[in-house]
Unconditional design. Structure first.
Length: 214
């Protein structure tokens, strides 16, 4: 019998205080930083430290391409310095692109990826939507891979079933699928995003281990 796929959440300060012990999910991605600023809720409430085993914990950064890369690296990686490593790979949220064209966007993102991976010794994953990525972050011709090859996809698409062409240009498949934006989950007071890893919990652990450097 095939193992059930791992189910998780991604949350930010928009969800307010979370009752971590009430969660009945396999993993949680928590927004660590928003541009150059830390997520407010990290400082306002208790949250799992490394070694928390009720569910696997990861952190994500909301990438703003018009802000200095150095300040964004510090906001994101500085959290790891203060609180320690997390079980899941770091993620970059790619869904805003003001003041840059697709070529400039990818160049800035590539610099951010390189500096974060060098700092954390973890390979990042990229969160985005197909329509957004192909409009704002895919230079012509579409097949131009740029510097992002080899980074796994966290696909945002609220639907019951994914079509075969669901992934943006440059990806054939996804690692994580954000499949609902308005889930009601015990332990979270407000609507939250529901995610599914493309594999079992054990597959999720193995995948996270593979994305470590060294």
């Amino acid at each position: 019998m095939r193992a059930m796929k791992a189910v998780g959440l991604d949350v930010s300060e928009a969800q307010g205080e979370i009752d971590w012990d009430a969660l009945e999910v396999d993993f949680v991605y928590r927004r660590v930083s928003n541009g150059s600023l830390p997520d407010k809720e990290w400082a306002l409430q208790a949250h799992p430290e490394p070694g928390y085993r009720h569910c696997l914990i990861g952190g994500y950064h909301a990438f703003y391409p018009w802000l200095p890369v150095a300040s964004q690296v510090e906001a994101f990686a500085g959290h790891y310095d203060d609180h320690g490593d997390m079980e899941l790979p770091p993620s970059l949220d790619c869904e805003v692109a003001l003041k840059v064209d697709p070529v400039g966007y990818r160049a800035t993102l590539a610099e951010l990826i390189a500096r974060i991976e060098d700092r954390l010794l973890r390979r990042v994953i990229l969160y985005t939507r197909k329509d957004w990525w192909e409009k704002y972050a895919t230079p012509r011709p579409k097949h131009w891979p740029g510097p992002l090859v080899g980074r796994d996809l966290w696909l945002a698409r609220a639907t019951a079933y994914l079509p075969r062409d669901a992934c943006p240009s440059g990806w054939l498949t996804y690692a994580i699928w954000q499949k609902m934006f308005t889930a009601i989950v015990p332990g979270v007071r407000r609507y939250t995003d529901l995610d599914e890893f493309d594999g079992s919990v054990e597959d999720l652990r193995s995948w996270a281990a593979r994305l470590r450097h060294g």
